[in-house]
Ligand binder design. Structure first.
Ligand code: SF4
Ligand code: SF4
Length: 471
Protein backbone atom coordinates (compact mmCIF):
# COMPACT_ATOMS: atom_id res chain seq x y z
CA UNK A 1 0.00 0.00 0.00
CA UNK A 2 1.32 3.44 -0.87
CA UNK A 3 0.39 6.31 1.44
CA UNK A 4 1.08 9.85 0.23
CA UNK A 5 0.85 13.17 1.98
CA UNK A 6 1.56 16.36 0.08
CA UNK A 7 5.24 16.61 -0.67
CA UNK A 8 7.91 14.81 -2.68
CA UNK A 9 5.26 12.76 -4.51
CA UNK A 10 5.75 11.80 -8.14
CA UNK A 11 2.79 12.98 -10.19
CA UNK A 12 2.48 9.58 -11.90
CA UNK A 13 2.28 7.67 -8.61
CA UNK A 14 -1.26 6.42 -9.27
CA UNK A 15 -0.42 5.23 -12.78
CA UNK A 16 2.70 3.42 -11.55
CA UNK A 17 0.87 1.89 -8.56
CA UNK A 18 -1.84 0.53 -10.87
CA UNK A 19 0.77 -1.32 -12.90
CA UNK A 20 1.69 -3.27 -9.80
CA UNK A 21 -1.85 -3.54 -8.35
CA UNK A 22 -0.82 -1.47 -5.35
CA UNK A 23 -3.57 0.56 -3.65
CA UNK A 24 -2.81 4.22 -2.97
CA UNK A 25 -4.15 6.16 0.00
CA UNK A 26 -4.02 9.96 -0.25
CA UNK A 27 -4.15 11.74 3.08
CA UNK A 28 -4.12 15.44 2.28
CA UNK A 29 -6.61 17.70 0.55
CA UNK A 30 -3.64 19.33 -1.17
CA UNK A 31 -2.91 16.14 -3.11
CA UNK A 32 -6.02 14.04 -3.67
CA UNK A 33 -4.88 12.36 -6.92
CA UNK A 34 -8.50 12.43 -8.08
CA UNK A 35 -9.40 9.67 -5.59
CA UNK A 36 -12.85 9.35 -4.08
CA UNK A 37 -13.18 10.92 -0.63
CA UNK A 38 -13.81 7.99 1.75
CA UNK A 39 -13.18 9.92 4.97
CA UNK A 40 -16.68 9.31 6.26
CA UNK A 41 -17.03 5.71 5.05
CA UNK A 42 -16.68 2.73 7.39
CA UNK A 43 -13.20 1.15 7.53
CA UNK A 44 -14.63 -2.28 6.65
CA UNK A 45 -16.04 -0.94 3.40
CA UNK A 46 -12.86 0.85 2.33
CA UNK A 47 -10.70 -2.17 3.20
CA UNK A 48 -12.99 -4.43 1.15
CA UNK A 49 -12.86 -2.15 -1.90
CA UNK A 50 -9.09 -1.73 -1.82
CA UNK A 51 -8.33 -5.38 -1.13
CA UNK A 52 -10.69 -6.63 -3.79
CA UNK A 53 -9.33 -4.22 -6.40
CA UNK A 54 -12.70 -2.49 -6.82
CA UNK A 55 -11.00 0.86 -6.27
CA UNK A 56 -7.38 1.82 -7.04
CA UNK A 57 -7.15 3.99 -3.97
CA UNK A 58 -8.92 6.27 -1.55
CA UNK A 59 -8.71 9.75 -0.14
CA UNK A 60 -8.93 9.56 3.65
CA UNK A 61 -8.52 12.78 5.60
CA UNK A 62 -8.62 11.17 9.03
CA UNK A 63 -5.14 9.99 10.16
CA UNK A 64 -6.48 7.32 12.54
CA UNK A 65 -8.65 5.86 9.82
CA UNK A 66 -5.66 5.90 7.47
CA UNK A 67 -3.69 3.87 10.03
CA UNK A 68 -6.37 1.22 10.38
CA UNK A 69 -7.23 0.93 6.68
CA UNK A 70 -3.64 0.81 5.47
CA UNK A 71 -2.59 -1.83 7.99
CA UNK A 72 -5.57 -4.06 7.25
CA UNK A 73 -5.23 -3.75 3.48
CA UNK A 74 -1.50 -4.52 3.66
CA UNK A 75 -2.19 -7.61 5.79
CA UNK A 76 -4.94 -8.78 3.44
CA UNK A 77 -2.79 -8.31 0.36
CA UNK A 78 0.32 -9.88 1.84
CA UNK A 79 1.21 -12.94 -0.18
CA UNK A 80 -1.67 -12.41 -2.62
CA UNK A 81 0.05 -10.08 -5.04
CA UNK A 82 3.39 -11.82 -5.49
CA UNK A 83 2.74 -12.08 -9.22
CA UNK A 84 1.98 -8.34 -9.50
CA UNK A 85 5.07 -7.23 -7.64
CA UNK A 86 7.47 -8.39 -10.29
CA UNK A 87 8.98 -6.02 -12.83
CA UNK A 88 10.40 -7.34 -16.11
CA UNK A 89 12.21 -10.68 -16.06
CA UNK A 90 15.79 -11.13 -17.24
CA UNK A 91 14.67 -12.21 -20.70
CA UNK A 92 12.44 -9.15 -20.96
CA UNK A 93 15.27 -6.82 -19.97
CA UNK A 94 17.43 -8.29 -22.70
CA UNK A 95 14.65 -8.07 -25.29
CA UNK A 96 13.73 -4.52 -24.30
CA UNK A 97 17.37 -3.44 -24.33
CA UNK A 98 17.70 -4.86 -27.84
CA UNK A 99 15.02 -2.39 -29.01
CA UNK A 100 17.23 0.52 -27.93
CA UNK A 101 18.84 2.39 -30.83
CA UNK A 102 21.42 4.06 -28.57
CA UNK A 103 20.14 7.41 -29.83
CA UNK A 104 21.32 9.08 -26.60
CA UNK A 105 18.14 11.09 -26.19
CA UNK A 106 17.50 9.73 -22.68
CA UNK A 107 21.04 10.56 -21.53
CA UNK A 108 20.63 14.12 -22.75
CA UNK A 109 17.55 14.49 -20.58
CA UNK A 110 18.83 12.53 -17.60
CA UNK A 111 19.84 15.05 -14.89
CA UNK A 112 22.91 12.95 -14.18
CA UNK A 113 23.75 12.31 -17.85
CA UNK A 114 23.88 8.57 -17.20
CA UNK A 115 25.22 6.40 -20.07
CA UNK A 116 21.90 4.60 -20.60
CA UNK A 117 22.40 3.73 -24.27
CA UNK A 118 25.73 2.00 -23.56
CA UNK A 119 24.19 0.08 -20.67
CA UNK A 120 21.32 -1.00 -22.94
CA UNK A 121 23.77 -2.15 -25.58
CA UNK A 122 25.57 -4.31 -23.02
CA UNK A 123 22.24 -5.62 -21.67
CA UNK A 124 21.11 -6.60 -25.15
CA UNK A 125 24.00 -9.09 -25.27
CA UNK A 126 23.14 -10.44 -21.80
CA UNK A 127 25.54 -8.34 -19.77
CA UNK A 128 23.27 -6.73 -17.16
CA UNK A 129 26.09 -5.43 -14.98
CA UNK A 130 26.29 -1.96 -16.54
CA UNK A 131 22.57 -1.32 -16.34
CA UNK A 132 22.46 -2.52 -12.71
CA UNK A 133 25.32 -0.15 -11.89
CA UNK A 134 23.19 2.81 -12.95
CA UNK A 135 20.84 2.22 -10.02
CA UNK A 136 22.97 3.97 -7.39
CA UNK A 137 23.47 7.02 -9.60
CA UNK A 138 19.83 7.24 -10.70
CA UNK A 139 17.39 9.36 -8.73
CA UNK A 140 14.28 7.76 -10.22
CA UNK A 141 12.97 10.93 -11.85
CA UNK A 142 11.66 9.01 -14.88
CA UNK A 143 12.70 11.62 -17.47
CA UNK A 144 14.45 8.97 -19.56
CA UNK A 145 11.22 6.97 -19.90
CA UNK A 146 9.31 10.08 -20.81
CA UNK A 147 11.73 10.99 -23.54
CA UNK A 148 12.42 7.63 -25.14
CA UNK A 149 10.86 7.53 -28.61
CA UNK A 150 10.73 3.74 -28.40
CA UNK A 151 8.88 3.97 -25.10
CA UNK A 152 11.36 1.76 -23.33
CA UNK A 153 10.71 1.60 -19.58
CA UNK A 154 14.29 2.54 -18.74
CA UNK A 155 13.88 2.97 -14.99
CA UNK A 156 12.03 -0.35 -14.67
CA UNK A 157 14.90 -2.09 -16.43
CA UNK A 158 17.49 -0.41 -14.21
CA UNK A 159 15.58 -1.31 -11.04
CA UNK A 160 15.02 -4.89 -12.11
CA UNK A 161 18.64 -5.41 -13.11
CA UNK A 162 19.70 -4.14 -9.69
CA UNK A 163 17.13 -6.28 -7.90
CA UNK A 164 19.43 -9.00 -6.65
CA UNK A 165 21.51 -6.41 -4.83
CA UNK A 166 18.40 -4.55 -3.69
CA UNK A 167 16.81 -7.67 -2.24
CA UNK A 168 19.80 -8.29 -0.05
CA UNK A 169 20.24 -4.66 0.93
CA UNK A 170 19.92 -4.14 4.66
CA UNK A 171 21.12 -1.17 6.63
CA UNK A 172 20.80 0.47 9.98
CA UNK A 173 19.48 4.00 10.27
CA UNK A 174 19.42 6.00 13.48
CA UNK A 175 15.83 6.93 14.28
CA UNK A 176 14.82 10.59 14.25
CA UNK A 177 15.21 12.04 17.72
CA UNK A 178 13.26 15.32 17.46
CA UNK A 179 14.30 18.65 19.02
CA UNK A 180 17.59 19.35 20.74
CA UNK A 181 17.04 19.88 24.48
CA UNK A 182 18.20 22.98 26.39
CA UNK A 183 20.45 20.84 28.57
CA UNK A 184 22.32 19.64 25.48
CA UNK A 185 22.73 23.22 24.28
CA UNK A 186 24.25 24.11 27.65
CA UNK A 187 26.99 21.54 27.05
CA UNK A 188 27.92 22.49 23.52
CA UNK A 189 26.99 26.17 23.36
CA UNK A 190 30.24 27.64 24.80
CA UNK A 191 32.65 25.61 22.64
CA UNK A 192 30.55 26.40 19.55
CA UNK A 193 30.40 30.16 20.25
CA UNK A 194 34.11 30.32 21.13
CA UNK A 195 34.97 28.29 18.04
CA UNK A 196 36.42 25.29 19.88
CA UNK A 197 33.91 22.94 18.28
CA UNK A 198 34.99 23.85 14.75
CA UNK A 199 31.44 23.86 13.42
CA UNK A 200 27.96 22.43 13.29
CA UNK A 201 27.36 20.84 9.92
CA UNK A 202 23.86 19.80 8.89
CA UNK A 203 23.13 17.43 6.01
CA UNK A 204 19.51 17.90 5.06
CA UNK A 205 17.15 17.53 2.15
CA UNK A 206 16.50 15.63 -0.99
CA UNK A 207 18.33 12.97 -3.04
CA UNK A 208 18.98 14.84 -6.30
CA UNK A 209 22.67 13.97 -6.12
CA UNK A 210 24.91 14.23 -9.16
CA UNK A 211 27.13 11.28 -8.17
CA UNK A 212 25.06 9.06 -5.90
CA UNK A 213 24.42 9.04 -2.17
CA UNK A 214 27.88 7.84 -1.18
CA UNK A 215 29.26 11.37 -1.32
CA UNK A 216 26.92 12.56 1.43
CA UNK A 217 28.18 9.86 3.79
CA UNK A 218 31.80 10.56 2.86
CA UNK A 219 31.43 14.28 3.54
CA UNK A 220 29.62 13.63 6.83
CA UNK A 221 32.38 11.27 7.97
CA UNK A 222 35.10 13.73 7.03
CA UNK A 223 33.61 16.27 9.43
CA UNK A 224 32.75 13.81 12.20
CA UNK A 225 36.35 12.58 12.27
CA UNK A 226 37.46 16.19 12.63
CA UNK A 227 35.24 16.65 15.69
CA UNK A 228 32.60 18.81 14.06
CA UNK A 229 29.06 18.23 15.23
CA UNK A 230 27.21 16.67 12.29
CA UNK A 231 23.40 16.65 12.42
CA UNK A 232 21.23 15.06 9.72
CA UNK A 233 17.60 14.85 8.63
CA UNK A 234 15.33 13.60 5.85
CA UNK A 235 16.59 11.85 2.73
CA UNK A 236 20.18 12.78 3.55
CA UNK A 237 19.87 10.93 6.88
CA UNK A 238 18.50 7.85 5.12
CA UNK A 239 21.10 7.84 2.39
CA UNK A 240 23.92 8.07 4.88
CA UNK A 241 22.63 4.74 6.22
CA UNK A 242 23.05 3.06 2.83
CA UNK A 243 26.80 3.64 2.84
CA UNK A 244 28.88 0.97 4.56
CA UNK A 245 32.61 0.82 5.19
CA UNK A 246 34.85 -2.16 4.45
CA UNK A 247 33.65 -3.87 7.63
CA UNK A 248 30.04 -3.42 6.57
CA UNK A 249 29.31 -0.71 9.15
CA UNK A 250 27.21 2.39 8.57
CA UNK A 251 28.15 5.77 10.07
CA UNK A 252 25.31 5.29 12.56
CA UNK A 253 27.05 2.19 13.90
CA UNK A 254 30.42 3.94 14.09
CA UNK A 255 29.58 7.30 15.65
CA UNK A 256 27.39 8.28 18.62
CA UNK A 257 24.05 10.01 18.21
CA UNK A 258 24.50 12.74 20.80
CA UNK A 259 24.38 16.42 19.97
CA UNK A 260 28.06 17.00 20.62
CA UNK A 261 31.42 17.13 18.84
CA UNK A 262 32.03 13.98 16.83
CA UNK A 263 28.34 13.02 17.10
CA UNK A 264 25.87 12.17 14.35
CA UNK A 265 22.34 12.89 15.61
CA UNK A 266 19.43 12.30 13.22
CA UNK A 267 16.73 14.83 14.08
CA UNK A 268 14.11 13.10 11.92
CA UNK A 269 12.15 13.69 8.74
CA UNK A 270 12.87 16.21 6.02
CA UNK A 271 11.07 19.09 7.70
CA UNK A 272 12.59 18.13 11.08
CA UNK A 273 15.64 20.04 9.87
CA UNK A 274 13.95 22.94 11.68
CA UNK A 275 15.19 21.31 14.92
CA UNK A 276 18.80 21.95 13.87
CA UNK A 277 18.00 25.60 13.23
CA UNK A 278 16.10 25.58 16.52
CA UNK A 279 19.30 24.52 18.30
CA UNK A 280 21.17 27.46 16.74
CA UNK A 281 18.41 29.83 17.89
CA UNK A 282 18.52 28.49 21.43
CA UNK A 283 22.23 29.30 21.78
CA UNK A 284 21.77 33.13 21.96
CA UNK A 285 18.76 32.62 24.19
CA UNK A 286 20.57 30.43 26.70
CA UNK A 287 23.99 32.09 26.67
CA UNK A 288 23.41 35.68 25.92
CA UNK A 289 19.91 35.80 27.43
CA UNK A 290 18.58 37.17 24.16
CA UNK A 291 14.84 37.35 24.23
CA UNK A 292 13.24 34.87 21.81
CA UNK A 293 10.07 36.86 21.25
CA UNK A 294 10.04 39.58 18.60
CA UNK A 295 13.82 39.61 18.49
CA UNK A 296 14.61 38.15 15.10
CA UNK A 297 17.34 40.61 14.06
CA UNK A 298 19.38 40.32 17.22
CA UNK A 299 19.28 36.51 17.26
CA UNK A 300 20.13 36.22 13.56
CA UNK A 301 23.00 38.67 14.10
CA UNK A 302 24.27 36.58 17.02
CA UNK A 303 24.17 33.37 14.95
CA UNK A 304 25.80 35.05 11.93
CA UNK A 305 28.72 36.33 14.01
CA UNK A 306 29.16 33.55 16.56
CA UNK A 307 27.65 30.20 15.64
CA UNK A 308 29.78 28.37 13.08
CA UNK A 309 26.93 26.46 11.47
CA UNK A 310 26.68 25.40 7.81
CA UNK A 311 23.99 23.33 6.10
CA UNK A 312 24.38 21.05 3.11
CA UNK A 313 21.38 20.55 0.80
CA UNK A 314 23.46 18.34 -1.48
CA UNK A 315 20.56 16.95 -3.49
CA UNK A 316 18.04 19.80 -3.31
CA UNK A 317 15.22 18.99 -5.72
CA UNK A 318 12.34 21.33 -5.21
CA UNK A 319 11.52 24.97 -4.72
CA UNK A 320 10.60 23.89 -1.20
CA UNK A 321 14.21 22.88 -0.56
CA UNK A 322 15.37 26.22 -1.88
CA UNK A 323 12.84 28.07 0.24
CA UNK A 324 14.15 26.24 3.32
CA UNK A 325 17.72 27.12 2.36
CA UNK A 326 16.98 30.82 2.06
CA UNK A 327 14.90 30.64 5.25
CA UNK A 328 17.98 29.27 7.03
CA UNK A 329 20.06 32.07 5.48
CA UNK A 330 17.86 34.64 7.18
CA UNK A 331 19.17 33.34 10.51
CA UNK A 332 22.77 33.84 9.44
CA UNK A 333 23.53 30.27 8.39
CA UNK A 334 25.11 29.54 4.98
CA UNK A 335 23.89 26.65 2.81
CA UNK A 336 25.95 24.63 0.33
CA UNK A 337 24.09 23.09 -2.59
CA UNK A 338 25.31 20.20 -4.70
CA UNK A 339 26.06 20.42 -8.45
CA UNK A 340 22.38 20.30 -9.46
CA UNK A 341 21.78 23.34 -7.23
CA UNK A 342 23.04 25.55 -10.06
CA UNK A 343 19.47 25.53 -11.38
CA UNK A 344 18.57 27.85 -8.51
CA UNK A 345 21.15 30.38 -9.74
CA UNK A 346 23.81 31.72 -7.47
CA UNK A 347 22.55 33.89 -4.69
CA UNK A 348 24.01 35.80 -1.74
CA UNK A 349 27.60 35.33 -2.89
CA UNK A 350 30.06 37.60 -1.11
CA UNK A 351 33.31 39.13 -2.32
CA UNK A 352 36.05 38.38 0.17
CA UNK A 353 38.44 40.75 -1.57
CA UNK A 354 36.21 43.81 -0.97
CA UNK A 355 37.50 44.88 2.41
CA UNK A 356 34.91 47.60 2.94
CA UNK A 357 32.05 45.10 2.79
CA UNK A 358 33.30 43.30 5.86
CA UNK A 359 33.51 46.19 8.31
CA UNK A 360 31.94 45.14 11.61
CA UNK A 361 30.42 47.05 14.49
CA UNK A 362 31.97 46.21 17.83
CA UNK A 363 29.01 46.74 20.12
CA UNK A 364 31.09 46.63 23.29
CA UNK A 365 33.65 49.25 22.32
CA UNK A 366 31.13 51.12 20.12
CA UNK A 367 33.67 51.23 17.32
CA UNK A 368 33.74 50.15 13.72
CA UNK A 369 36.42 47.50 13.19
CA UNK A 370 37.98 45.69 10.28
CA UNK A 371 36.24 42.36 9.79
CA UNK A 372 36.62 39.37 7.51
CA UNK A 373 34.45 37.45 5.02
CA UNK A 374 33.07 35.16 7.70
CA UNK A 375 30.84 33.76 6.37
CA UNK A 376 31.67 34.87 2.85
CA UNK A 377 28.57 33.41 1.13
CA UNK A 378 25.07 32.46 2.19
CA UNK A 379 24.10 30.18 -0.71
CA UNK A 380 26.95 28.44 -2.46
CA UNK A 381 26.63 25.86 -5.20
CA UNK A 382 29.63 23.50 -5.21
CA UNK A 383 30.59 21.49 -8.26
CA UNK A 384 32.30 18.69 -6.39
CA UNK A 385 32.51 17.03 -3.01
CA UNK A 386 36.06 18.33 -2.59
CA UNK A 387 35.07 21.93 -3.27
CA UNK A 388 32.12 21.58 -0.88
CA UNK A 389 34.05 20.32 2.14
CA UNK A 390 36.71 22.98 1.80
CA UNK A 391 34.02 25.66 1.50
CA UNK A 392 32.14 24.29 4.53
CA UNK A 393 35.27 24.45 6.69
CA UNK A 394 35.74 28.08 5.63
CA UNK A 395 32.10 29.06 6.11
CA UNK A 396 32.24 27.81 9.72
CA UNK A 397 34.68 30.63 10.58
CA UNK A 398 32.97 33.42 12.56
CA UNK A 399 34.18 36.85 13.74
CA UNK A 400 33.63 35.93 17.40
CA UNK A 401 36.07 32.97 17.38
CA UNK A 402 38.66 33.09 20.15
CA UNK A 403 42.26 32.68 19.04
CA UNK A 404 42.17 29.05 20.08
CA UNK A 405 38.89 28.54 18.20
CA UNK A 406 40.25 30.32 15.12
CA UNK A 407 43.40 28.17 15.23
CA UNK A 408 41.29 25.02 15.22
CA UNK A 409 39.04 26.22 12.40
CA UNK A 410 41.96 27.41 10.30
CA UNK A 411 43.85 24.16 10.82
CA UNK A 412 40.89 22.28 9.23
CA UNK A 413 40.47 24.85 6.45
CA UNK A 414 44.19 24.77 5.62
CA UNK A 415 44.44 20.99 5.86
CA UNK A 416 41.39 20.35 3.68
CA UNK A 417 42.44 22.98 1.15
CA UNK A 418 45.98 21.60 0.88
CA UNK A 419 44.76 18.03 0.61
CA UNK A 420 42.27 18.82 -2.14
CA UNK A 421 43.94 21.68 -4.02
CA UNK A 422 47.61 21.25 -3.14
CA UNK A 423 48.42 24.69 -1.71
CA UNK A 424 47.55 27.12 1.07
CA UNK A 425 44.22 28.89 0.50
CA UNK A 426 44.78 32.15 -1.31
CA UNK A 427 42.48 34.07 1.06
CA UNK A 428 44.05 32.71 4.26
CA UNK A 429 45.47 36.14 5.22
CA UNK A 430 41.92 37.51 5.52
CA UNK A 431 41.13 35.14 8.38
CA UNK A 432 44.29 35.53 10.44
CA UNK A 433 43.74 38.43 12.84
CA UNK A 434 46.76 37.99 15.10
CA UNK A 435 49.69 35.58 15.19
CA UNK A 436 47.87 33.60 17.88
CA UNK A 437 45.26 32.61 15.26
CA UNK A 438 47.85 30.69 13.22
CA UNK A 439 47.61 26.88 13.47
CA UNK A 440 50.76 25.50 15.11
CA UNK A 441 51.25 22.65 12.61
CA UNK A 442 51.74 24.96 9.61
CA UNK A 443 53.08 28.01 11.46
CA UNK A 444 56.33 28.57 9.52
CA UNK A 445 54.73 28.06 6.12
CA UNK A 446 51.80 30.32 6.98
CA UNK A 447 54.03 33.10 8.37
CA UNK A 448 56.00 33.07 5.13
CA UNK A 449 52.74 33.22 3.13
CA UNK A 450 51.47 36.13 5.26
CA UNK A 451 54.73 38.00 4.73
CA UNK A 452 54.35 37.67 0.97
CA UNK A 453 50.79 38.99 1.22
CA UNK A 454 51.90 42.03 3.25
CA UNK A 455 49.62 40.92 6.10
CA UNK A 456 49.30 43.08 9.22
CA UNK A 457 47.85 42.16 12.60
CA UNK A 458 44.43 43.55 13.45
CA UNK A 459 42.47 43.60 16.65
CA UNK A 460 39.68 40.98 16.89
CA UNK A 461 36.28 42.49 17.75
CA UNK A 462 34.99 41.97 21.29
CA UNK A 463 31.29 41.92 20.39
CA UNK A 464 30.99 41.61 16.60
CA UNK A 465 27.72 42.64 14.96
CA UNK A 466 26.29 44.01 11.75
CA UNK A 467 23.51 45.79 13.61
CA UNK A 468 23.69 49.47 14.51
CA UNK A 469 26.15 50.43 17.21
CA UNK A 470 23.27 51.73 19.33
CA UNK A 471 23.36 54.68 21.68
S1 SF4 B 1 16.07 7.22 -25.67
FE1 SF4 B 1 15.38 5.09 -25.73
S2 SF4 B 1 16.22 4.33 -27.65
FE2 SF4 B 1 17.34 6.22 -27.21
S3 SF4 B 1 19.18 5.52 -26.09
FE3 SF4 B 1 17.59 5.97 -24.58
S4 SF4 B 1 16.58 4.01 -24.18
FE4 SF4 B 1 17.71 3.80 -26.10
S1 SF4 C 1 15.20 7.89 -13.92
FE1 SF4 C 1 17.39 7.71 -13.54
S2 SF4 C 1 18.30 7.20 -15.52
FE2 SF4 C 1 16.23 7.99 -15.91
S3 SF4 C 1 16.54 10.20 -16.30
FE3 SF4 C 1 16.08 9.98 -14.11
S4 SF4 C 1 18.12 9.81 -13.13
FE4 SF4 C 1 18.43 9.45 -15.33
Amino acid sequence: VIVVDEQCVRTDVLKEAKRFATPVVATSDKLCLGLRDRTNDACDEIVKDLTGGKEVGALILNPEKVGEVVTRVAMNLSGKREKDKKGPEREEIINEAARCTNCGWCSRHCPNGLPIGDAMKAASVENLEKIAELYELCNGCGRCENDCEREIKVFDLIAKAAQIELKEEKYVVRSGRGPIQDVEIRNVGPPIVLGEIPGVIAFVGCPNYASGYKEVAEMAEEFIKRNYLVAVSGCAAMHIARYKDEEGKTLYEKYPGNFDRGGLPNVGSCVANAHILGAAIKIPNIFARKNLRGNFEEIADYILNRVGAVAFAWGAISQKAYAIATGVNRWGIPVILGPHGSKYRRLFLGRGDKEKEWILNDRRTKRKVKGEPAPEHLVYCAESKEEAIVMAAKLCIRPNDTSRGRQIKLSHYVDLYKRNFGSLPDDLDLFVRTKSDIPITNKEEILEFLDEKGWKEREPPTEPSILDLGE
